[in-house]
Write a protein that binds this ligand. Structure first.
Ligand code: FAD
Length: 554
């Protein structure tokens, strides 16, 4: 029988490993599949762990997507938990394994080996890092320990080190458990995958919910006597008392096995693989957080530790082992995070990364459409930022924040990016619409239309970051009441409804930067002015975007 007796061994039985195992069985009924995991569980929902700590998920068993018994019964897959793979003998095609329950070692032969060992949480060698009460969150046992610590010590104050997705999810969940939460983040903003002016919405949400932010601060040391409360010391001298500290400082690919076996690593320290997830050894595949892959649309190597890519890569590795021609397209870093009443999502490159890479042939637009039709009750703004190449209009990245409808728009744009669509395609995208779900011009269409207007030369843009050095006229075209409630410093006021009649009040020799609330009336005014002999630009995103930057209001 085809593949009879062929042995597929898998290291790591969670996102990538479990997907690979199940796919391998679907492709081959006659081979032997064995999964080793050093932890007590396989196929658990790491992504649910913050919500288990927060007691939103109350029952630990709900985190188990599949058990070893289910793997055995449903798929005839031999899952060995609490078995650590210690070494790979590539010459003999064998792995060396330790049963952590009885300490006994043994070897297993493979025809194909898949590595999905994940990543480990960063724990820098800071003074006091091993004190009781300081935790990382990667596994169910980690979350159990944090829950027990909160209950046993009746913890009231938590300090989270790191303001990425996991840090923010933990902040929300610890507030939910009644703790006073501080976040210490080394960067001047939260959420490194988004740009600073987009992170501001999230920062405001957290502060509004009572979370204290310490941005631009890094930790120097932790102190505390046994049993007494801890203190977090930052490099600027801030001392934060804490009953609980969560280290959410990022992860590093788990590459020990691969490195010791002489597999090639890439420039970012992950296992190097080809599009079929094959490592530098033709009999070994690697997937998930441990590998580096290319970023869609570029040749740059990237480490993107997310569950979606790990699952897809596991499937592709199994396909490749059984001779199918699936290829991994690369990552885009498509991610979403709930932060109290807000959702923040992003896909593709952000502006910081583009600038760091020296790219200049791109443009940025901001928009703030409602998540559904304005006439239907309850529309909430989605703050969006779209980056696209000039002059082609290829979509390079999107970021969005809002109370509802955010992930749907980012998902659509993410797919568009994967298919190398342009902003002109977004103008034409046909999307769902009924008043409670969207608008006849969906935010995705609007983003395309705005970007296409820029590329066609219909709407010259001005950007918030250039406001401080702007020498021309700043024109606010909103209504009297809006202007009176707050406007950009130095702005003159001519509402759009009166603009045609009062053009003689404007100096036609100076460039005019027009703005309104979100950019729409500014666009109308810019069109009007430019067709009547003025040189006008529309401030992208209007005062709403400028405000996030602390845009000078008076
Ligand atoms: P993992 O799922 O980490 O599995 C690796 C397994 O390998 C581990 O069980 C480990 O014990 C085992 N292992 C390692 N070395 C050995 C060895 N030598 N021998 C035997 N076993 C070994 N991603 C999202 O996309 N969305 C989210 O909302 C999200 N939330 C997250 C929240 C938390 C708290 C965490 C920790 C992660 C979250 N992630 C999220 C990331 C996502 O979980 C990972 O990207 C994904 O699990 C990676 O899959 P993997 O198979 O590479 O590694």
């Amino acid at each position: 029988m085809e593949n009879e007796g062929r042995r597929i061994l898998i290291v790591g039985g969670v996102a990538g490993g479990a997907s690979a195992a199940a796919r391998a069985r679907r492709l081959c009924e006659h081979c032997t599949i064995v999964v080793f995991d050093r932890g007590p569980f396989v196929s658990f929902a790491n992504c649910g762990l913050p919500y288990y700590v927060g007691n939103v998920i109350e029952n630990e068993r709900d985190l188990l997507v599949a058990t070893p018994e289910l793997f055995r019964q449903r798929f005839d897959i031999d899952v060995r938990v609490e078995h650590e793979v210690l070494a790979i003998d590539r010459e003999a095609k064998r792995i060396h394994v330790r049963n952590l329950r009885d300490g006994k070692d043994f070897d297993e032969a493979y025809d194909a080996l898949i590595l999905s060992p994940g990543a480990k949480a960063l724990r820098p060698p800071l003074e006091g890092i091993d004190l009781p009460g300081i935790f990382v969150l990667r596994t169910i046992p980690d979350s159990r320990k944090i829950r027990a610590w909160i209950d046993e010590t009746r913890a009231k104050r938590a300090v989270i080190i790191g303001g990425g997705f996991i840090g923010l999810e933990m902040a929300e969940n610890l507030v939910h458990r009644g703790l006073q939460v501080h976040i210490v983040e080394m960067a001047p903003q939260l959420l490194p995958p988004v740009d600073p002016e987009m992170a501001v919405y999230v920062q405001e949400e957290l502060e509004g919910k009572g979370v204290a932010l310490h941005l631009g601060e890094s930790v120097r040391a932790f102190t505390g006597e046994a049993g007494a409360s801890l203190a977090v010391h930052t490099k600027t001298g801030t001392v934060l008392p804490a009953d609980l500290v969560i280290l959410a400082m990022g992860v590093r690919p788990e590459t020990r096995l691969a490195k010791e076996a002489g597999l090639e690593l890439g420039p970012r320290g992950g296992i190097r693989v080809d599009a079929q997830m094959r490592s530098s050894d033709p009999h070994i595949w690697a997937v998930g957080d441990a590998v580096e892959v290319s970023f869609v649309g570029s040749d740059d190597a990237a480490l993107v530790p997310l569950a979606g890519p790990a699952n897809r890569q596991g499937r592709i590795a199994a396909d490749a082992i059984f001779g199918r021609s699936s290829n991994f397209r690369g990552v885009q870093g498509t991610a979403v995070c709930g932060v109290f009443d807000l959702t923040v999502a992003a896909s593709g490159m952000n502006e910081k990364t583009l600038r760091r890479a020296g790219m200049t042939n791109f443009e940025t637009i901001y928009l703030h459409p409602g998540h559904h039709a304005g006439y239907y009750p309850g529309a909430k703004p989605i703050h969006m930022k779209l980056l696209f190449s000039v002059p082609e209009g290829r979509i390079l990245g999107v970021q969005a924040v809002g109370a509802a409808g955010v992930e749907r728009r980012v998902d659509v744009l993410s797919m568009a990016m994967q298919k190398e669509a342009t902003v002109f395609d977004l103008e034409e995208a046909e999307l769902c619409y009924a008043p409670q779900f969207g608008a006849a011009k969906d935010p995705v269409n609007l983003a395309g239309m705005i970007a296409a207007n820029v590329l066609r030369g219909d709407m010259p843009l001005a950007q918030w970051e250039d406001l401080p050095t702007h020498q021309g006229l700043l024109l606010d075209v909103r209504e009297e009441k809006e202007f009176a409630a707050g406007h950009l410093e130095g702005a003159i006021h001519l509402p759009l409804s009166e603009l045609r009649q009062r053009l003689d009040e404007l100096d036609s020799k100076r460039e005019i930067w027009v703005y309104c609330g979100v950019g729409q009336r500014g666009y109308y005014a810019t069109r009007l002015l430019n067709q009547r002999g003025f040189r006008a630009r529309n401030l992208s995103g209007g005062i709403t975007t400028a405000r996030t930057y602390g845009g000078n209001r008076s």
